[in-house]
Write a protein that binds this ligand. Structure first.
Ligand code: NAD
Length: 520
């Protein structure tokens, strides 16, 4: 198969211009490649600990001024950014595809995430950041005001699977709240976040406020965390533990968005046509590299054969390809290394007795990191594919006899990021959702509805994470609450001449009265 035609806009000048802002005083670089071909796109500077400290110093200086801007003026930058991000979506998608190898549909969908986050917080941020007056301990003479203060400089560590979305979308509420940001993208996928930051600056974000440092995680991570006032991390559960430990030692907050082994329960009243397309996307969209994608599908025994054949037939028909147009339904994995990991999960499962119903093979004839959409049957928990996140286009089918059994199997995992339930009876599906141990549950959809609902917090439970993005807490987590309390008159304690027994009696009966007032 011939190499895909790289978009004309991705010239050497353009790419070198993007990486120029990454500090790297030693001159060391990392070869950032086009995934479809393995060709080097650009030499990415690698930041030293001193570079990172300097980046924080620049960010801190810019933040002091930014935090003094009225919230309304800060938000105007994001009004303009929303337009610029959408007007440049096609170039952004070119960059995302070149560095990650995903197909065009997913690249375009990814470009929509930061504008969606901006839209949501443009509606909520001013209200969330306004001081909130609360009652004080003593009615009429006391009050307390909750003031939201930006943390300072937020360190963001982002993965490669949605580099533009995770590089920008988590930064947006942090910036709106008055913080500066230092982001560390994955080396493989630094180009699209760099382009997005350029667009935010075109929209009026002050220079210096949004810094980018690059390097391998273990080299950059410690200095980044030690200089940050809060850390937002998206990545694997293993790395999340390392980040969380260091943030804990530094007594700074962190939000950890980690991996999943996400289950789907299909009830026997499911509408097959609706279920099929959404599930094929849920299992194989982004070549299976979505943190919320489905890796385990529980099918009712009564309809197992029918649903299995429809799913396997559709999976086998998916077109795989390396192309910057909308042709291929499935793109590449991110790298040959990751492809080896996915292949090793399939080989381990087959070696321990699982059956490949379709797929199961690498496709070097298409590109160095392509792997077929793969459906397995007979997967057990002693197999990697049965217990550990595969993060590729590999899904296991499991028959179940009763809903109780399906719920038990769905919950039989260390992870708790996303789950999907399919039924013609929404009330029944909601009852089952209540029993699922997961931060997100999608009913009659695989994953997108929960993630795109920016008004609700979205995060993982169990080993899938700590904290959440989106919703009010997705912005408030980047602030400290300052409690400013006012007492208009000194009425606490015994009055002059009042004995202490009398004072205590009066205080206790006042507390009873106040409870009655509060309860009313
Ligand atoms: P990863 O943990 O290997 O890397 C993520 C980021 O952390 C990268 O930028 C990497 O360079 C950096 N890193 C690695 N080691 C580090 C260290 N010791 N200190 C500091 N930084 C370090 O994960 P990955 O393989 O790049 O991404 C895939 C994982 O991300 C999957 O597990 C996926 O489920 C998860 N993910 C989760 C969400 C979510 O919202 N829950 C979203 C996307 C991806």
């Amino acid at each position: 198969m011939s190499a895909p035609t790289r978009p004309a806009g991705l010239t050497d000048d353009f790419l070198e211009g993007l990486v120029r802002r990454v500090p790297g005083r030693t001159g060391a670089t990392w070869k950032l490649t086009e995934v479809y071909t393995g060709e080097v796109l650009v030499e990415l500077p690698q930041s030293t600990p001193e570079d990172i400290e300097d980046a924080f110093a620049r960010a801190r200086a810019a933040q002091e001024l930014w935090a003094r801007w009225p919230v309304k003026k800060r938000l105007e930058v994001f009004h303009r950014a929303h337009t610029l991000l959408l007007d440049n979506a096609l170039t952004t998608a070119d960059l995302i595809q070149a560095e990650s190898g995903k197909n065009r549909r997913m690249a375009i969908e990814e470009t929509c995430d930061p504008p969606m986050v901006i839209s949501h917080y443009l509606k909520r941020a001013a209200k969330l950041l306004a001081p909130t007056r609360h009652g004080g301990p003593i009615p009429f003479v006391s009050s307390s005001t909750e003031v939201r203060v930006p943390k300072g400089v937020v360190g963001i560590i982002a993965p490669w699977n949605f580099p533009f979305a995770t590089g920008l979308s988590d930064a947006i509420p942090a910036l709106m709240a008055g913080n500066a940001v230092v982001v560390k993208p994955d080396n493989k996928t630094a180009l699209s976040p760099l382009f997005g930051i350029r667009l935010l600056e075109e929209a009026g974000l002050p220079p210096g406020l949004f810094q980018v440092v690059c390097g391998e995680g273990p080299d950059v991570g410690p200095t980044l965390i030690d200089n940050a006032d809060y850390v937002m991390f998206t990545g694997s559960t293993a790395t999340g533990r390392v980040i969380g430990e260091r943030a804990g030692r530094n007594l700074i907050g962190c939000c950890l968005e980690l991996g999943g082994k996400n289950p789907m329960i299909v009830l026997d009243d499911v509408d097959k046509a609706e279920w099929l397309e959404s599930t094929v996307f849920g299992a194989f969209g982004n070549t299976g590299q979505i943190c919320m994608h489905i890796e385990r599908i529980y099918l009712p025994e009564s309809r197992y054969d029918e649903l299995r054949s429809a799913f396997v037939e559709r999976a086998a028909s998916l077109s795989i390809g390396a192309s910057y147009d909308f042709g291929p339904e499935i793109g590449s994995l991110v790298s040959p290394d990751h492809m080896e990991r996915v292949a090793s999960h399939v080989a381990d499962a087959v070696g321990k007795g699982a059956t490949v119903l379709t797929g199961g093979k690498a496709r070097p004839d298409i590109g160095p990191a392509f792997f077929e959409p793969t459906v397995l049957e007979g997967v057990t928990k002693d197999m990697l594919a049965g217990s550990v996140e595969t993060f590729g286009p590999v899904v296991g089918l499991y028959p179940y006899r009763s809903v109780d059994e399906a719920v038990r199997l769905a919950n039989d995992t260390d992870y708790g990021l996303n789950a999907s339930i399919w039924s013609g009876n929404l009330e029944n599906a909601e009852r089952i959702a209540a029993r699922i141990e997961s931060g997100n549950v999608n009913i009659n959809d695989a994953l997108a509805t929960a993630y795109a609902s920016k008004g609700s917090p979205s995060g993982g439970v169990k080993s899938s994470g700590v904290g959440a993005r989106h919703g009010d807490q997705g912005l408030l987590k980047y602030t400290d609450a300052k409690n400013v309390a006012v007492l208009k008159k000194q009425v606490l304690g015994a009055r002059p001449g009042q004995d202490y027994d009398g004072y205590v009696k009066q205080m206790l009966s006042s507390l009873k009265l106040m409870k009655k007032l509060h309860v009313r």
